[in-house]
Structures are given as C-alpha cells and as structure tokens.
Ligand binder design. Structure first.
Ligand SMILES: CC(C)(COP(=O)(O)OP(=O)(O)OC[C@H]1O[C@@H](n2cnc3c(N)ncnc32)[C@H](O)[C@@H]1OP(=O)(O)O)[C@@H](O)C(=O)NCCC(=O)NCCS
Length: 175
C-alpha cells in the first residue's frame, strides 16, 4: 500500500500517521473553536466545577486569536490526509510562561490537546505531543507540563506513559 504523500512517515514499518501537523493560522480559527469547545465540554463531563460558560464559543475565538499573535504561544493544527485533507481534525495549544521562583525558569504548558475520536489511539497524540514539546523548547522552555482535569484518567495515562508525573495539584471547592 502506498502512503499518502502528506502522511508522516513512521519508523519500524508502522502505518503512516493519518495527519499532517502545521502551525495554526487565522483561517483555522472557526475549526479550532469547534474542537476547543468539544474539549471543554469533555472536561465538563469530568467535573461540575468545569462547567462550560454560555459565552465559551466567543471566549474560545478570542483566546485563539490572541494566541495566534503571541510569540510565547504554540498552536498547531492537525489536518487530515487524503479525503480529509484540509479538515482540521485535532490541535494542540501550549504557552511558555515564567516560573518566578523555580528553575528551569521557563515552563512550556500544554493547555489543550484534542483529537477527533477517529484519530485517537494510533500514535497521533504522541506525535503531536512530541512536536509541541519541541516547539516549546525552541521558545526557551526548560520543562514541559500539561494541564488537564484530575479525573481524566486517559490523559493521566497518556502523559504518564511519556514520562510526565504530577508536580503540583489544584484542589477546589465551590463557594
Ligand atoms: C489524549 C489524546 C490527545 C491522546 O491521543 P492518542 O492519539 O489517542 O494517543 P496515542 O495513540 O499517541 O497514545 C495512546 C496512549 O494514550 C493512552 N490512552 C489513549 N486513549 C486511551 C483510552 N481510551 N484508554 C486508556 N488509555 C488511553 C494510553 O497510554 C495509550 O497507550 P496504549 O495505546 O499503548 O495503551 C486523545 O485521546 C484525545 O484527544 N482525547 C480527548 C481529549 C483529552 O482528553 N485531552 C487531554 C486533556 S486536555
């Protein structure tokens, strides 16, 4: 079988990845808003304290627009290949922020990572994580962290398998 030319080659004769990853651009914003809302709604399923706001769609648009113009942000879009070419099927959003008290001084935080269900469990997440990490390192990050709902065990397993471990915890109660 010939791999689609856009597919990312993988070592050891594993199937090529069904995506092409590239920096997100302004024209992607509507698609990215949709994916970001899916992720936030998924987070809501994990915890009532992550209830999605009524204006989340407008918020997603303005956050993404700000990130796309921010040199300290990384937003990568995963496009499908073949018939799905040019369809944005996943994304990762990450930010480089300063740690005023700790060394390494600059932290790359993966705040959102999302793939449409059909694209999961095929090594795409691992590839997206690796590329986002490289981009964060390129922007000066000396440590990479990931934020996700504590109850999201798939995310916990996904990151643990790639060497991440908890270093701080956010505990909450309603007021
Ligand atoms: C998290 C996510 C990006 C991982 O991408 P992926 O392409 O499925 O991950 P990979 O194929 O590279 O790696 C799979 C590994 O992740 C974990 N994992 C992924 N899906 C899993 C599932 N349904 N059950 C258990 N473990 C799972 C396992 O460690 C798995 O390794 P294994 O297949 O050897 O058991 C993707 O599942 C996703 O978009 N999920 C919904 C959004 C989300 O939860 N985002 C993270 C919080 S912000």
């Amino acid at each position: 079988m010939t791999a689609p030319e856009e597919a990312v080659p993988r070592p050891n004769a594993t199937p090529p990845l069904p995506i092409r990853l590239r920096p997100a651009r302004p024209a992607d914003v509507p698609a990215l808003v949709g994916l970001m809302l899916r992720l936030k709604r998924l987070n809501e399923e994990f915890d009532p304290l992550l209830k999605v706001r009524d204006d989340a769609e407008a918020q997603a648009r303005s956050v993404l627009e700000a990130n796309l113009g921010d040199p300290k942000a990384v937003v990568l879009a995963a496009e499908g290949v073949g018939a799905e070419k040019e369809k944005v099927v996943g994304f990762v959003r990450a930010l480089v922020r300063e740690r005023p008290f700790y060394s390494p001084e600059w932290e790359g935080v993966i705040v959102d990572i999302y793939l449409l269900p059909l694209y999961r469990r095929r090594g795409v997440g691992e590839y997206v994580l690796r590329e986002a990490t490289a981009a964060l390192k390129g922007k000066g990050a000396g440590v990479v962290t990931a934020e996700f709902p504590a109850q999201n065990e798939i995310a916990s397993r996904f990151y643990a398998k790639r060497g991440f471990r908890p270093i701080t915890a956010v505990h909450a109660r309603s007021l």
